[in-house]
Design a protein around this ligand. Structure first.
Ligand code: URA
Length: 205
């Protein structure tokens, strides 16, 4: 992490990508969020996992995947022999987008403009980490990584060409699984999610 880097990869002269992300004002989302949440993990990770955006807890703690979706991810990864500490975990969008409702903050999907603005950082992370494979969890990550915004139903479990030249394995977002109310369906989707993570582990091993 201390070796010199191509600083033209991001806007700040300092060789610190997380600090540059935390200082970002490229789109209006920084105005309401508590802080930006940069990716986390070894800079030489073989596998990069990309979600949508920080949730409520991630926004407060400044770390990715520490809330309920993160717990589901961690359990699923562990079940297929993936160790979170070896993965680079990040999001397509680095600021939490929400609408206030009473004391709660209700998640809002990022729009294409916000996703486009934040690609700057996702691509900088991809250049820095240079993983063998990226897992796109959910439609937002899939769009940011492949340029294709089509529905996930026919895409999940398959590897697509990423726009940065890194292969992208498409899977569900863990929050989607948590929202499924039909227990049978939820178990089925959870098995598919685990199978996708297991395939990712095989591809990079
Ligand atoms: N959901 C995401 O997409 N990313 C996080 O970091 C947490 C929840």
């Amino acid at each position: 992490a201390m070796q010199s880097r191509n600083v033209s990869a991001w806007a700040h002269p300092a060789e610190d990508l997380p600090a540059a992300i935390r200082a970002c004002t490229r789109c209006p989302l920084h105005e309401c969020a508590t802080q930006a949440v940069p990716g986390e993990g070894p800079p030489d990770a073989d596998l990069m996992i990309v979600g949508e955006q920080p949730g409520d807890l991630e926004d407060l703690q400044g770390r990715p995947f520490v809330g309920p979706a993160g717990q589901l991810f961690d359990a699923s990864a562990q079940a297929v022999g993936l160790d979170r500490s070896q993965l680079y975990l990040t999001n397509a969008v680095k600021h939490f987008k929400f609408t206030p409702r009473g004391k709660r903050r209700i998640h809002q999907r990022p729009n294409t403009s916000e996703i486009d603005h934040c690609k700057w950082w996702l691509h900088a992370e991809l250049r820095e980490v240079s993983p063998k494979l990226v897992v796109a969890m959910g439609a937002t990550a899939a769009l940011a990584l492949t340029g294709d915004g089509k529905a996930l139903s026919t895409r999940r479990g398959t590897v697509e060409n990423g726009s940065d030249g890194v292969p992208v394995l498409i899977t569900y977002h863990p929050s989607y699984i948590l929202r499924l109310t039909d227990a049978v369906r939820r178990e089925q989707v959870l098995q598919q999610f685990r199978a996708d993570l297991s395939l990712a582990a095989d591809i990079v091993s």
